[in-house]
Design a protein around this ligand. Sequence first.
Ligand SMILES: Nc1nc2c(c(=O)[nH]1)N[C@H]1C(S)=C(S)[C@@H](COP(=O)(O)O)O[C@H]1N2
Ligand SMILES: [Mo]
Length: 424
Amino acid sequence: MSKSKPASAPQQPGRRGFLRNTLLTGFTALTAGRLGQANATESLAVPSWSKHPGPGVDAAPYGQPSGFEKHVVRRFLPWMRPTRQSSVSFSPLQDLHGIITPNGLFFERHHAGVPQVDPGQHQLIIHGMVDKPLKFTLEDLKRFPSVSRVHFVECAGNGAMEQRGAVNNGLQFTHGMISSAEWTGVPLKLLLSEAGVRKGAKWLLAEGADAAGLARSFPMDKALDDAIIAFAQNGEMLRPEQGYPMRLLLPGWEGVANVKWLRRLEVGDRPWEMREETSTYTDLMPSGKARQFTFIQEAKSVITFPCPERRVPGKGLHMVEGLAWSGEGKVKRVDVSFDGGRNWQQARIKGPQLDKSLTRFEIEWQWNGQPAYLQSRVIDETGYVQPSYQQLRAVRGTNFMYHNNAIQTWMVNADGEVENVQLG
Ligand SMILES: Nc1nc2c(c(=O)[nH]1)N[C@H]1C(S)=C(S)[C@@H](COP(=O)(O)O)O[C@H]1N2
Ligand SMILES: [Mo]
């Protein structure tokens, strides 16, 4: 049941009593009946869409969202024009619900565009320090036992621009390089046990079939832990943008290591020092040295309502909502502040609290019409607390780009507009 419109007029008179009895009794205590609109019975006039039958099942063999939701789309930054060499699209977090990103709204990051891979010809090869080099077609993969797990993918560069200042006045661009899906695929450890990993093997190289030939090294421990060769996403085959017909999924680890259009896994005893783990995707520290192989996306959270795209419509009661996640495991707790971090209140976790997955939270807020500074702060199951900008910069300096997981501040003006700010 939607909580956002508890007292709006139901369409059929017969359902009114039902709604009133089951939903409103508990909820009115909380809202004192202030969230609905008056003159409910006037809405019972028959609307145009009730007067004629609509199109039948032949109208949309593959369903699309309502035409009234056309604004809910992936967007790119105009000054970051997509090229065939590099493109990024951001997911509209401000318009999403729950913890699953619809496939058509999953953020995208491509180093050489989206290859159109023919699943009949594509193969995954496992070679290197193995007893028996093997190749797998999509059909071969599907003969293995598979798992379905909900995990986020976040680009290490999510929030990189914000590190330099509050530059984007929109949640979609400050945090939209994260999305989440239920992935179905084969645990990598099963494929490795078929191939037989040789003694001394400690690293793997994953290489994509795109024109970038994007390749990343990752440790054997992760391969034998929860790595998946995914072929499906939210119940259907992977979208081309997400790596059709197969991608590497390293739950909780930086996006770039989740190699799409996966064509090759080489087993070795040391990292390969590829481009995307040396000249990029490393973190320049105050000492002048760069950290390398910082795989884990540490705990982070953000308020999704209100946000710059979703102003506060007026004084009174509102449900402040947001998303929290941790590459280390489950989200344990989320706190919200309405005064820029002076006071914190514990938010409710809504829905499932899964491992390395988006987790949604909610908290009531009585807005008195005064300017306010909203923040959220996540604590994960390891006890790690999301840092403020001050705390993050004390450790990392100001030169870094990747892995910005600092607390976000939204400033609500007296007119309800919301701005992206950083508190000193
Ligand atoms: N083969 C290949 N894999 C790739 C990329 C790529 O360009 N080519 N981009 C990487 C980066 S930088 C990120 S953040 C994620 C993005 O995954 P998505 O596009 O499914 O959101 O894929 C990674 N895997
Ligand atoms: Mo990325």
